[in-house]
Design a protein around this ligand. Structure first.
Ligand SMILES: [Mn+2]
Length: 441
């Protein structure tokens, strides 16, 4: 997918609330402040929480962008074609005012070849030797008389896919057909050699592995993010802001603020959701004053009727839950692996809104964790079930019993442990588990 004359604003793969909100919000700001060429995109399906926020604030979902590889259909030029009624004389008249070859198209819309100036002159050079036959020749159909073969490509083929064939032919013009095999347009060699770049702005991520497929054939012109830096290299200098704060939506709000812009209620509401979601309503240790101030201002612009924390609770509840999901899905959706000495451990996290929900699924989840541990040969596996309302977690732990016993958590029963006040895997759980195991191991 390549969108001509646009700059795509994209969050990361498996988009969360902040990835969608910051893409939509930043595209709106740039469209309003600079020009109408920014398009917000998403790299996957919306999660339940984001769908709730878009519905609540009546904002359209951003465009799904499966990849940004330029394809032949993206650069094909719809050039006038000739058909079965075209005579050699018609072709002569055409070349009086045009240089490019004429595509010849059959009645069914499928291409038959191309008339090039060279093929036409070759044909007529015979006629010139026999001038009495010239008039008759000119009235013949161009079909079967002068067309030359042409390379035909499908509109869905990537530019890089046809490299071998383009580089080994001496033709300069290629025919492009659509999915039904019908003539779509013509691509010139020089357009193939110098395709237009899809311009990109990355928000809420900067790593290639988390970004849109085809990024290596596009041009990133800006990055706005709050994650660790592990990013692309560029040919030209770019604008980049990475800040250790709670959400990218906060950075987007600050861009509006620096331009004295008032955001429409829908956009403000969505950005507010980005902040509330990433900071777990300001409970996550990643939260800063900047996030709090942005949320306050955005709540006003959004004409929020509830207070921010009440609304935040509703938002988190819309995304949380164990009820309808399989144990496998719950464990694997947000699972990360870590190495401790020679062994490997796995830490998964899921959000819920009350622990009663966990009780109904505890045995089922424990079985799933045991399976994960044996299948991956893990020394230890923890499922961190975080109650986003109370700001506490419970842990389901499987693996080596000495390691389990060494962890500083209170056992509630068999495999369930208490982790009061703990909400962040990155800042709280992982450092604690890794420190303990490095001593035991
Ligand atoms: Mn984020």
């Amino acid at each position: 997918m390549f969108i001509k004359d646009t700059i795509l604003v994209l969050g990361h793969r498996n988009p969360d609330m902040d990835a969608i909100a910051s893409a939509v919000g930043y595209a709106w700001i740039l469209n309003t402040a600079i020009s109408e060429k920014y398009v917000a995109g998403r790299l996957g399906e919306l999660n339940a929480q984001t769908q709730f926020a878009l519905d609540h604030f009546k904002v359209d979902s951003p465009t799904l962008v499966p990849d940004v590889y330029p394809r032949l259909g993206d650069i094909a030029v719809r050039q006038e074609a000739m058909n079965g009624t075209t005579t050699i004389q018609d072709a002569c008249k055409y070349f009086a005012t045009h240089e490019r070859p004429i595509p010849l198209v059959n009645e069914d819309g499928k291409p038959a070849g191309m008339i090039t100036a060279a093929s036409l002159f070759h044909r007529l050079s015979n006629a010139i030797l026999y001038p009495f036959a010239l008039a008759e020749q000119l009235n013949q159909s161009a079909f079967g008389a002068v067309e030359s073969e042409a390379l035909i490509f499908n509109s869905e083929q990537r530019l890089t896919e046809v490299r071998g064939r383009v580089l080994t032919t001496n033709q300069d013009d290629f025919l492009v057909i659509d999915g039904d095999g019908k003539y779509l347009g013509v691509v010139r060699r020089r357009e193939w050699l110098e395709p237009p770049n899809q311009l990109l702005i990355l928000v809420d991520h900067n790593e290639v592995g988390q970004s849109v497929p085809g990024i290596e054939e596009a041009e990133v012109i800006e990055i706005l993010d709050h994650h660790r830096l592990d990013t692309i290299t560029t040919l030209n200098p770019i604008t980049m802001q990475i800040a250790p704060i709670g959400s990218t939506s906060t950075l987007v709000y600050e861009r509006a603020q620096s331009r004295d812009m008032v955001l429409p209620p829908g956009i403000a509401g969505l950005l507010l959701c980005g902040i509330l979601s990433d900071t777990l309503v300001f409970q996550s240790p990643t939260t800063t004053m900047r996030d709090q101030r942005a949320a306050e201002a955005l709540a006003k612009m959004a004409n929020l009727s509830d207070d921010v924390k009440t609304f935040g609770g509703t938002l988190l509840a819309a995304g949380a839950g164990l009820r309808t999901r399989s144990a496998d899905d719950i464990i694997n959706t947000d699972l990360k692996f870590y190495n401790v000495g020679t062994s490997e451990i796995g830490l998964a996290q899921v959000e819920i809104t009350n622990f009663a929900e966990l009780e109904q699924r505890a045995d089922d989840l424990y079985e799933g964790m045991k399976q994960l541990t044996s299948q991956k040969g893990l020394a230890l596996a923890v499922l961190m079930v975080t109650n986003v309302v109370s700001g506490d977690s419970r842990l389901i732990i499987t693996g080596d019993s000495h390691m389990v016993a060494a962890l500083p958590f209170t056992r509630l029963d068999g495999f369930m442990f208490d982790a009061p006040g703990m909400v962040s895997r990155k800042k709280q759980l992982a450092p604690m588990v890794l420190a303990t195991l490095s001593k035991v191991g």
